[in-house]
Design a protein around this ligand. Sequence first.
Ligand code: BGC
Length: 472
Amino acid sequence: MEMTMNNKREQVSMKFVTLVSMVSALGGLLFGFDTAVVSGAIGFMEQRFDLNKIEVGWAVSSLIIGCIIGAAMSGLLSDKFGRKRVLITAAILFIISSIGSAIPETFSGFIIARIIGGIGIGITSTLCPLYNAEIAPAKYRGRLVALNQLAIVTGIFLTYFVNLWISGSGDEAWGIASAWRYMFGVGAIPGVLFLALLFFVPESPRWLIKQGRPADALPILLRIHGEELAKKEVVDIKQSFEQESGSIRQLFSPGLRIALIVGVGLAVLQQITGINAVMYYAPEIFKATGAGTNASLVQTILVGFINFLFTIVALWLIDKVGRKALLLVGSASMAICLLVIGVAFQTGNTAGPLVLIFILIYVASFAISLGPVVWVIMSEIFPNRIRGKATAIAAMTLWAADYVVSQSFPPLLSSAGPATTFWLYGSMALLTFFFTWRIVPETKGKSLEEIESLWSSKEENTTSAVPKLDAL
Ligand code: BGC
């Protein structure tokens, strides 16, 4: 039906944006679901496959290897084949991986299936925000990026529920034989939904124009913006590509180097402050305090709930108090919590609720700060012309740091002990505080172009942060 009236266009545009956000949300949900599902399964798998500590780490972190590969490939593949087709491939990988992780009889079969799923996550973690940014009207863009984090934590929360429900459906022997298979298998459901929904969303108009297909892009832009604005958009997008000659080398020029340090630095810090030691191994940590299997899964649900709740608080605060204030308060509070948790383990004071309470405050502090803020800053800190490549580099680094933490946590725990392990993460949280204080600029309320001009003024102004950064 032909749209002639403005209010009808507005309705179509809202429906359209909602559909796009739902697709992105499912991508984030799968990210959360597939990364955290292993937390409930690992205890059973350890016994089923008779795993040593290194293998336990590998069971968790093999997925992350896939994520690094997926993030690395996402930019190149989606430039060549389009955002939509690559996202469809990612959805298929999710489904194969969920079924593949549920049925293997050998540990290596399981590892291969998880790496395949990781490639899917690596792709969606980079492409979903990118696709959103390319397709959404400017006024919804920022919120959509942070909403992605809400979808991730919803996925994690959901996983914890599913895990508890499945493990509660039988005894320990059944758990070792079968429960973990169902836990992974359930992931196929959101995978199929994601795949189905992707067929209803259009290709990114930005990508179509880049391919020299403005005629295909125009009807999509019409649906988003209405007639007048759509034509202007085509011209603007074409122009932006004319300027878009950014090469990776530019990232190392004096001004942009700071953007790179901020983006990559925060990506690494988000991980080495230990959040995924808690997200992936929470039930194991609670078991170490003396809780039984089911009690530890219930406590894990609390972790998921707090993570979810405080991410909503962050969405509300991020454009009010700003990114920097959230990072400062969050990292300081994380450092204190990790110190206390370490002391509790060191002094053997783990029988009461102390560890649980401080893990919850730690997770809440992450959820209002490093969780959403790092993904938001990563998507806004780099100039238009190199945003795609630079964001992919930062995402890859984030996954690599995640790999190091999730692989090293079990052996670290058994060799250095929980106290030292948590203190190590605590010292990284302290580093995050100083890093943010000295180096991270406030980007709240600034247009992307204003943020961009920040780097060029740094290039000119030698008395600014540049010398401090060079000294790092
Ligand atoms: C991180 C994930 C983490 C999640 C926890 C995300 O921002 O990138 O690694 O598992 O937050 O909420």
